[in-house]
Design a protein around this ligand. Structure first.
Ligand code: SPV
Ligand code: MG
Length: 431
């Protein structure tokens, strides 16, 4: 009997999947792969039902002979193990990001003369509706909010990109990259105070108030599904912070990060060039405790951001604050640095991890940007935030375009480097 392999990356089995299955069994006995949760979040879909349920979904189909776990988006390892005569898949992966995965299947099967069979992808109104409902569901507050905690467990490091508008939200949501045979995308979004303020042409001094920040949050929520970490600045007055915690939870925000500064907040990357006052440990712990008391849902996270290294207060101060903030109930610690090298971040993480193996650590490698995700991960960092790179890339591009139009008194010279109109109008999905 010939062996046929197909892999599923889905929370529901619909008639499109059944069509693949019915075709598969014409070629031999069917082995169905179920993509692991960790692989599923690497590309395309965040699972809505548990891995066990997804496995059972396949095992319950009479035509399926055996169910195996596929740990990688790429098929190579599982195919080497099973050595199927055929892999069967819908022809929808011939275009778009999945074509790299398709090529990986073709190359691997060629090693033993196996064959890829592609059948026309079933795409009707009913399937379109099922997929739209699933997509909608992942964006709902109760699903989105808890997704960050799940990602911390599933991913070696949660890759988080700055967003400050619906458009930048779409970029964080949809960008997929291939490198060294790997497919990758961002896991979460960081709603930076610096970039949100900059987009509004305002300084990063808590001048853009929470109502305005929440407008931005809403724009992003409307067009994305990935979890949001909100830069909560100092958290403001305790009475305001507790109120905001509830609002953020209700909206489906996964985490707020508040920094231990007080008075007029200035951006951390100014360091000691400007006057910045660190809050006392007691007062900041009180803010954390009040926030945790106000919170209604367990999955929401309040992450404490330590500014000791930014303000040259030393490593011991940073470490004792970290311990105190965790004791007060912080669900994570963000340690910030404005050094060019990652040494002080590594030192902090190593020392922190000696006594605390669990509390998630967050790093923002803006100034120490040569550090790799792998290095951060090796030092116990759970979340990496690329805090402002989209804003910093868009700004000079727009300035240059404006200056060139003024210089040439027409738009022809700038047009070559612009996104075609056709592309920009198809960038946004219609419902
Ligand atoms: C932000 O992005 O607004 C931050 C990070 O708070 S930093 O700008 O590095 O202070
Ligand atoms: Mg900020």
């Amino acid at each position: 009997m010939k062996k046929v392999y197909t892999c599923f990356c889905t929370d529901v089995i619909h008639e499109g999947h059944m069509n693949v299955i019915r075709n598969a069994i014409k070629y031999g006995e069917l082995i169905a792969g179920v993509l692991s949760d960790a692989a599923m979040v690497r590309y395309s879909r965040f699972p809505l039902v548990s891995f066990e349920e997804r496995k059972k979904l396949l095992a319950d189909i009479p035509e399926v002979n055996q169910v195996v776990v596929q740990d990688d988006v790429m098929y190579e390892n599982i195919l080497r193990e099973i050595r199927p005569d055929y892999v069967i898949h819908g022809d929808d992966w011939q275009k778009g990001p999945m074509k790299v995965v398709r090529q990986n299947v073709i190359d691997t099967l060629a090693k033993w003369g196996g064959e890829l069979i592609e059948i026309p992808y079933t795409y009707n109104e009913k399937i379109r509706n099922i997929e739209a409902v699933m997509r909608e569901r992942v964006s709902m507050p109760e699903y989105r909010r808890k997704r960050l905690r799940k990602l911390i467990k599933l991913c070696p490091i949660v890759k988080t990109l700055e967003v400050h508008s619906g458009l930048t939200g779409l970029i964080a949501e949809k960008t997929v990259a291939f490198h060294d045979g790997e497919i990758d995308q961002f896991d979460a979004m960081w709603l930076s105070s610096l970039c949100d303020s900059t987009a509004k042409g305002k300084p990063d001094i808590e001048l853009v108030d929470m109502s305005s920040r929440l407008r931005t949050v809403d724009d992003i929520l409307e067009v994305t599904t990935k979890p949001i970490i909100l830069d909560g600045d100092t958290g403001g007055l305790i009475e305001h912070f507790t109120y905001n915690v509830r609002t953020l939870e209700r909206m489906g925000i996964s985490a707020v990060i508040i920094e231990d500064k007080t008075g007029l907040k200035k951006n951390s990357l100014f360091g000691t060039e400007v006057k910045q006052t660190q809050d006392s440990i007691e007062s900041f712990c009180e803010k954390i405790r009040a926030g945790k008391r106000a919170q209604r849902e367990e999955d929401f996270m309040i992450i404490a951001r330590i500014e000791s290294l930014i303000l040259d207060k030393g490593m011991d101060d940073a470490l004792s604050r970290a311990a105190a903030y965790v004791e007060a109930g912080a669900d994570g610690i963000m340690i910030h640095s404005r050094k060019k090298e990652a040494d002080e971040i590594f030192e902090f993480c190593n020392k922190f991890r000696k006594t605390d193996k669990e509390t998630p650590l967050v790093a923002v490698p803006t100034s120490y940007n040569a550090v790799t995700e792998e290095e951060l991960c090796q030092h116990g960092v759970n979340i990496v935030i690329y805090a402002n790179q989209l804003t910093r890339s868009a700004f000079p591009a727009m300035q240059k375009t404006a200056a060139d139009i003024l210089t040439y008194h027409r738009a022809k010279e700038v047009d070559e480097r612009l996104m075609p109109i056709k592309d920009i109008i198809t960038l946004i999905d219609e419902i």
